[in-house]
Design a protein around this ligand. Structure first.
Ligand code: V47
Ligand code: SF4
Length: 381
């Protein structure tokens, strides 16, 4: 097991590190924010041990020894999509819709009802974008879910879907989000952010909502007193500057609203998509990226390692490189990552497995709900 140095101050005395890196460490120990250029410098110059030690310091200051997870499952209403993002292994274009699935409200309710009597707290709903799954479809779906199970937190849809649905319904973002909330929407997942730089976004995800639209929808949502997550798709054709630019835009929005719960770096997986020629980055790069995110995003409380995407072993390792959240039990209900080549071909973990995974690296598991209220603290268990 690679462990960061648990005496972070030793970074300042070590002859291994240059003065510019030590200046960044000093700033972090003083509780100060690092700059754009310093973020880029960390990516370019700092090795894994340095980053891990610094990120672990921040992580323990913010979240102690705790690692959060929840009891959740996914619903993917369709994998047919009007868009054709180059990195997506999952979607089937409208013209190939016979190869995909498009669930009806009844079919989705059958999935929801499978969890009757089980201690799940969240349903995560997202998928492709199709004209049929419009405002009326989702508001009716949310109403039926809440009627059947009022306590189930609905974390659903991204600005990619909202932008399309609201435009079609001739609604402003404010009007549309209000209607969705009244129907039962509780919070937003972090998807669709990809990478905010326009040139790269146009190349890999052209046609769907812009970065400004993504950020605007989250800002409006936060100003309604609601919460959401943010993701970043990394390890493809972007540069380190693009990653810091992405995090900088999120950091600025978070300063204004404080509405983000967690930041979730998503590793580009290259199986059977238009970008299959782009090699995947190494596990070392994954850990470095988690660490830089933890150090840079000083106003985000949680950094999530999404185990279904990164694989449970790397997710476990990342708990020493800045992350404090593993997402949830999932129950083999998402196909996005298995189709893109994740190690996890049937993502499903029992509470016991998640708890053991966390305890094995000496951390304390805490079951949370979507908004990070504690459901069960496993300190004594
Ligand atoms: O937006 C699609 C990504 C996202 C690939 O908020 C890919 O709790 C890598 O956002 N390689 C959807 N990534 C998933 C998502 C998410 C997942 C877990 C938890 C939360 C949360 C949010 O998946 C998409 C896109 O960025 N994605 N294809 C791929 N080949
Ligand atoms: Fe559609 Fe989302 Fe896949 Fe893009 S990433 S093609 S928007 S399902």
């Amino acid at each position: 097991m690679i462990l960061p140095n648990h005496n972070p101050q030793s970074l300042l005395n070590s002859s291994l590190y240059s003065d510019d890196l030590k200046a960044i460490a000093k700033r972090v120990f003083n509780g100060e924010r690092i700059t754009f250029d310093e973020g880029v410098l960390l990516y370019k110059k700092a090795e894994l041990g340095f980053l891990g030690t610094l990120a672990n310091y921040v992580r323990e200051k913010k979240n102690g020894n705790y690692v959060y997870f929840n009891h959740n499952f996914h619903v993917e209403p369709t994998n047919v999509c009007v868009y054709s993002c180059a990195f997506c292994s999952y979607s089937r274009l409208i013209k190939h819709r016979d190869q995909g699935w498009e669930l009806s409200i009844e079919q989705i309710m059958d999935i929801i009802k499978k969890y009757d009597g089980q201690a799940v707290t969240e349903v995560h709903i997202t998928g492709g974008v199709v004209p049929k799954q419009d405002l009326a479809f989702y508001t009716e779906l949310f109403r039926q879910i809440k009627k059947h199970r009022p306590d189930l937190h609905i974390k659903a849809l991204t600005p990619v879907e909202f932008h399309y649905i609201f435009k079609k319904a001739k609604l402003t973002y404010e009007e549309g989000l209000k209607i969705m909330t009244e129907a039962g929407l509780d919070s937003l997942p972090g998807g669709g952010a990809e990478i905010f730089d326009k040139d790269i976004r146009d190349k890999i995800a052209g046609g769907k909502c812009t970065s400004e639209e993504w950020l605007s929808i989250h800002e409006i949502w936060h100003k309604m007193g609601k919460h959401s997550n943010a993701t970043m798709l990394y390890g493809h054709i972007e540069t380190f500057e693009h990653r810091i630019d992405h995090m900088e835009r999120l950091r600025q929005l978070q300063d204004r609203t404080k509405g983000f719960n967690a930041f979730i770096p998503l590793k580009f997986r290259n199986k059977e998509n238009e970008m299959a020629n782009v090699p995947e980055v190494s596990v070392i790069e994954d850990l470095r990226n988690y660490a830089v995110a933890r150090i840079y995003l000083d106003n985000f409380q949680h950094i999530k390692a999404y185990w279904a995407m990164i694989g449970r072993n790397t997710a476990q390792l990342s708990l020493n490189f800045g992350t404090d959240d593993l997402d949830g039990t999932i129950d083999d209900t998402t196909k996005i990552y298995s189709m893109a080549g994740s190690e996890e071909q049937s993502p499903k973990l029992s509470t016991e497995e998640l708890v053991n995974l966390i305890k094995t690296v000496g951390r304390t598991p805490v079951e949370r709900d979507t908004l990070y209220n504690v459901v069960k603290d496993f300190t004594a268990a």
